[in-house]
Design a binder for this molecule. Sequence first.
Ligand code: XMP
Length: 324
Amino acid sequence: MSENRRPETMQRINTKELADAFIAEQIAALKAQIGDKKVLLALSGGVDSSVVAALLIKAIGKNLVCVHVNHGLLRKGEPEQVIKVFRHEMNANLIYVDAVDRFLDKLAGVSEPEQKRKIIGAEFIRVFEEEARKLDGIEFLAQGTIYPDILESGPVKAHHNVGGLPDDLKFELVEPIKFLYKDEVRVVGKALGLPDNMVYRQPFPGPGLGVRCVGAITRDRLEALRESDAIVREEIEKLPSVPWQYFCAIPDFRSTGIKDGKRYMGWLVVIRAVNTVDAVTATVPEIPFATLCAIRDRIIASVPGVNRVAWDISEKPVSTIEFE
Ligand code: XMP
């Protein structure tokens, strides 16, 4: 059997009991693999890396060193939540790296989407590498690889690993959830006591809001995007059922508005919400007009610089899910 093939006998983890059994098994396996050595983990706060962190905290406690890199492209409240949950509630050994200026300086003036993604990916590895070099005695690198990452290749995989570290920084890999499907990761995360908004988080690209701040990123437009995104999520989450993914984008575009009887140029926020099974095709669900209006009113009233809100009803194909 290939070491990257899910064991055929492995049961689908869909109950708390099965999750508890998986957790107990993994803790024992992690203890056996790692002993009293140290493990490094890039902890984004996404469900996969959070579940890996929680498992390792239970297995090896402070010998897990989590590094949370704030690249400035996370959603509102995310870095704070990582610190609260892992440092304060789980008592983890967490290094928080404020790399916002580094990333935004590197991205200044860059408008081509692939170029932006490359810069964010490369800078992430550099920051992580710098932190890894400051630490002594690390022998293992933990990763939130999940089974679909092994089965598929492509963009979804990119944020799951910190492959690309230089040769002198090669660690032995620890991948405790590599045979789990996403729904199983969530069941395990819930059993580990992670908060619901971490466990049931919608997909979010590794390059984060950098993708959705279309064109060359500026700090003011990025802030407008972060605020608008928080409003979109809050309002949509009031609905009885939420779409698979919902967010907004802010193109590098201004149009006219009127304020205090004067013409001014403001940004456009585009609401995007899709339903999909596999992210390969996607449809656009109906969103109640009252919800759209509530989003519009809150954004226009509270987000500086925005004077127009639109709803993107494009399906995939031909549009991609992300608006970049
Ligand atoms: P597109 O825009 O290609 O997106 O239709 C399909 C799904 O993939 C997500 N996405 C990413 N996920 N790293 C990720 O982990 C990335 O770089 C990335 N880019 C897009 C996107 O949000 C959608 O769910």
